[in-house]
Ligand binder design. Structure first.
Ligand code: ATP
Ligand code: MG
Length: 430
């Protein structure tokens, strides 16, 4: 993308309405604009990040054996009356009436809808287990939308649903999903800790929330420092992985258990704040029974499938990752989800040598590069590149360009390298 012809409305001033750093940086970097309370338009760099996160989430769901579907955002009230949640859900549900006075709603989650789809199509125990997910917009009329995309009213969520024949199978699915989540977060370049959690609206008796640690997090969390080891977990064997995950203590404040806490050596006890970026639930037959979804068992009897649901806050992740990855100058994107791998900074726009070399780099990198081709001071170009957080800056000045040399700056560390064009490109493309 050429910066001179891009819809990237960066701001020099700090927007007064933004209370936390990720919201400030998303506005300042021109990623989003608020259209109504808790409702955002995603501009070109914002949607690039959102799509990259969604794609990693999707690939790890596929790898875990989940099938992708896409359900509508608008649902019928009658569907929710079947489970009894239409009245129970309360004011967070956005209720809509169409021209025929039919009651509809903008889905806050999809347990009812996926259960009705399976009820229509799946009749035999031979068809199970199955696992399906979608990545789709949700709406919850939050009392206090705040912190930008961290607590929006309209937000993008991966929601997955598992259907198993018995509790044992459903618990295996639950463990596979936890593993898929840890792989997802690892690929996103962040650490998220699975914490014992309350089940809330969804119901059920087994649940974990995944938290990114940040001082601005809305949840109080307690965890064993062993989680700081990060990647040192078994990622090959589901059972081993789950045992490892759940024998190390981590809980949200609602589930915090003092007796267990005190068995952990004091030096390893960590108390902090977390941002919930995902949650998984096992809730048994709550929806299959209330919505009368059963399959024929091997002996002719009926089996009500055992279910779980699996959410990841895709749009919340954008803000949460910035909370975890920034400095005074701006965002520091992990490589895997950066809107561009590199910015090309032309320090003398209009000079035929720097222009020529920049065009060559831009052509080689294509969609992976943002070419700052504006007639701007070098200082302004550096500041905006730092703000937007590209993993690499390719700095092209007249002296270097004459020798086909490029200066590379690594955003995360500040390291600089003087390299011939080909080596610079190879480093950025990795
Ligand atoms: P919270 O406790 O933060 O209100 P929740 O527990 O109600 O969230 P879930 O039903 O578990 O949310 O939804 C799955 C995921 O969707 C959450 O883990 C979170 O990452 C994301 N999410 C939920 N509500 C919002 C929101 N208002 N804005 C952005 N993301 C959200
Ligand atoms: Mg939750």
């Amino acid at each position: 993308m050429r910066l001179s012809k891009s819809l990237i409305p960066t701001l020099k001033e700090t927007p007064a309405e933004a209370q936390i750093v990720s919201h400030r940086l998303m506005l300042r970097a021109g990623m989003v604009r608020q259209m109504a309370s808790g409702i955002y338009a995603w501009l070109p760099t914002g949607i690039k990040v959102l799509n990259k996160i969604a794609q990693i989430v999707r690939e790890e769901q596929w790898a875990a054996g989940a099938q992708e579907v896409l359900m509508p955002t608008i649902q019928s009230a009658d569907l929710w009356r079947e489970s009894g949640r239409y009245d129970a859900y309360g004011k967070e549900m956005l209720r809509i009436t169409d021209r025929h006075e039919r009651e509809l709603l903008y889905g806050p989650t999809n347990e009812e809808m996926i259960t009705s789809i399976f009820r229509d199509s799946v009749k035999s125990y031979r068809d199970l287990p199955q696992n399906a997910f979608q990545i789709q917009w949700k709406f919850r009329d939050e009392v206090r939308p705040r912190f930008g995309v961290l607590r929006g009213r309209e937000f993008y969520m991966k929601d997955g649903y598992g259907f198993d024949l018995d509790r044992e199978g459903a618990v295996i699915t639950y463990k596979q999903m936890m593993l898929a989540y840890m792989r997802t977060f690892q690929r996103l370049g962040i650490t998220a800790i699975p914490m014992r959690a309350d089940t809330g609206q969804i119901g059920g008796d087994l649940s974990h929330e995944f938290h990114i640690l940040a001082p601005t997090g809305e949840s109080g969390v307690f965890y064993d420092a062993d989680f700081e080891a990060g990647d040192a977990f078994a990622h090959d064997d589901v059972e081993k992985f789950y045992e490892q995950m759940t024998t190390i203590y981590a809980a949200t404040d609602e589930k915090h258990d003092l007796a267990t806490w005190e068995t952990i050596p004091e030096a390893r006890r960590r108390e902090g704040r977390g941002i919930e970026v995902g949650q998984i639930f096992y809730f048994g037959t709550k929806y299959s029974k209330s919505m009368n979804f059963s399959v024929n068992g091997p002996d002719g009897g009926k089996i009500f499938p055992e279910m779980g649901s699996y959410g990841i806050g895709v749009s919340r992740l954008v803000g949460a990752i910035i909370e975890a990855k920034h400095d005074e100058a701006g965002i520091i994107w992990p490589d895997a989800i950066a809107p561009f791998k590199a910015a090309i900074l032309n320090l003398r726009q209009g000079d035929s040598v720097t222009d020529g070399l920049c065009e060559e780099l831009y052509k080689a990198l294509g969609q992976d590069a943002l070419y700052d081709d504006r007639e701007e001071r070098a200082g302004a170009k550096f500041a905006e590149a730092d703000l937007m957080g590209h993993p690499w800056q390719m700095i092209v000045g007249p002296r270097g360009a004459a020798n086909r040399m490029v200066e590379l700056k690594r955003r995360a560390t500040g390291e600089r390298f003087e390299l011939p064009v080909d080596e610079a490109l190879a480093k950025v493309h990795f």
